[in-house]
Design a protein around this ligand. Structure first.
Ligand SMILES: Nc1ncnc2c1ncn2[C@@H]1O[C@H](COP(=O)(O)OP(=O)(O)O)[C@@H](O)[C@H]1O
Ligand SMILES: [Mg+2]
Length: 346
């Protein structure tokens, strides 16, 4: 146990805060690294594992995080998140194929790579549908499409100018919602910067690639005033209900969260465990809504916002009460996974 050495990419405010706390609590040695160093492979040569919480808010990680992960795995260095856990992160297009392939309940989804294919489909399908971009979070790139004309306008845009993944207009709408919800000084400040960002774009936004050359639609599942977010780390499942914004079908990013586990239907928990097993992930947050046939997956993500949950279900669906921090489960499982492989590789 004490011989293992794990590297952590430290990013204050990210999962690394909790990982480092866990390593201190258990007297486990670690080394801090920056994955952005060009000699990162060399820096990790004396390490057994790397933990790096990269996320969609940093355009740089999208340029190489998966490539670094798979390269380290080839070298025998374990990574959190590993390739199975991370390759589909912030990629709803990739998730469509994966969720169809592993046969889990998933909302019917359509992706087209030419304007004519998309237009032909729009001519014959029914509406409403849900339009999404492949990336983004907090519902920012999710829109209800009421009729064929709206669909055709989006199709035209997808194959001409394309879309921005972080649009200043949708960010402002989000901040106006926060102002309505919170009515505090912080929300006022954020709304003002939201207006300012309509004109003054952040330098880094210029580096984010445009969404162009594909279009994604999903069947609309009506009558959900919330979605269920289930977080699976190893053999534990934590959950929360997220309510939709006022007069809106979208829950993600609303901030209207309920942690009472008794409100979560155990059927969704079962599907979540089955899905995580098929995906072979270290950590996955799975979002569900219900249609006439039962719970269906919307999307998944190895990383998520919440930190403390009031307990978890085990794989026998037994509830274990008490505050838990999923990020610490990640660190625990990761260290155990390295300990397990050591004897086999000797
Ligand atoms: N096909 C759908 N039918 C009905 N509601 C949906 C559908 N897809 C998403 N939603 C709602 O919109 C929210 C945001 O969608 P999601 O795909 O999870 O985007 P994001 O990545 O921004 O969270 C979800 O939390 C859910 O409430
Ligand atoms: Mg979501």
């Amino acid at each position: 146990m004490n011989n293992i050495k794990i590297a952590i990419h430290n990013r204050p405010g990210s999962f690394s805060d909790r990982w480092i706390e866990y390593f201190h609590e258990h007297n486990i040695p670690y080394k801090l690294v920056s994955c952005y160093s060009t000699d990162i492979i060399g820096q990790l040569s004396d390490c057994d594992g790397l933990m790096w919480h990269w996320d969609l808010n940093d355009y740089r990680s999208a340029l190489f995080a998966k490539q670094l992960t798979i390269s380290l795995e080839k070298k025998g260095i374990k990574v959190f998140p590993d390739f199975n856990t991370s390759w589909h992160y912030d990629d709803k297009v990739g998730q469509k194929y994966l969720l169809e392939a592993i046969k889990v309940p998933f909302i019917k989804t359509f992706v087209f790579y030419s304007r004519s294919d998309a237009n032909n489909w729009a001519e014959t399908t029914s509406f409403p549908k849900v339009f999404k971009l492949r990336g983004g979070a907090g519902s920012s790139n999710v829109k209800l499409i009421k009729n064929k004309n709206e669909a055709k306008q989006l199709i035209n845009k997808a194959f001409t100018t394309g879309f921005l993944i972080t649009s200043p207009v949708s960010r402002l709408k989000e901040r106006l919602w926060m102002l309505k919800r919170d009515k505090n000084l912080q929300a006022v400040k954020k709304t003002i910067t939201g207006f300012a960002r309509l004109i003054l774009r952040k330098q880094k936004e210029k580096f984010i690639s445009k969404q162009i050359g594909y279009i994604y639609f999903q069947e609309f599942v009506p009558e959900n005033d919330s979605d269920i977010r289930l977080v699976i780390v190893g053999k534990r499942c934590c959950g929360m209900i997220r309510y939709c914004r006022d007069n809106d079908f979208r829950a993600s990013g609303s901030g209207l969260v309920e942690y009472n586990y008794e409100l979560i239907n155990i059927e969704a928990v079962k599907i979540a465990f089955q899905t995580a097993k098929k995906l072979k992930t270290q950590s996955v947050a799975l979002d569900f809504i219900k249609d006439k046939d039962g719970y269906k997956l919307i999307e998944m993500s190895y990383a998520f916002i919440s930190e403390i949950f009031p307990g978890y279900w085990d794989t026998d669906l037994v509830w274990h009460p008490g505050n838990v921090v999923p990020q610490k489960f990640m660190a625990e499982d990761f260290i155990n996974s390295i300990n397990k492989i050591t004897p086999e590789t000797e």
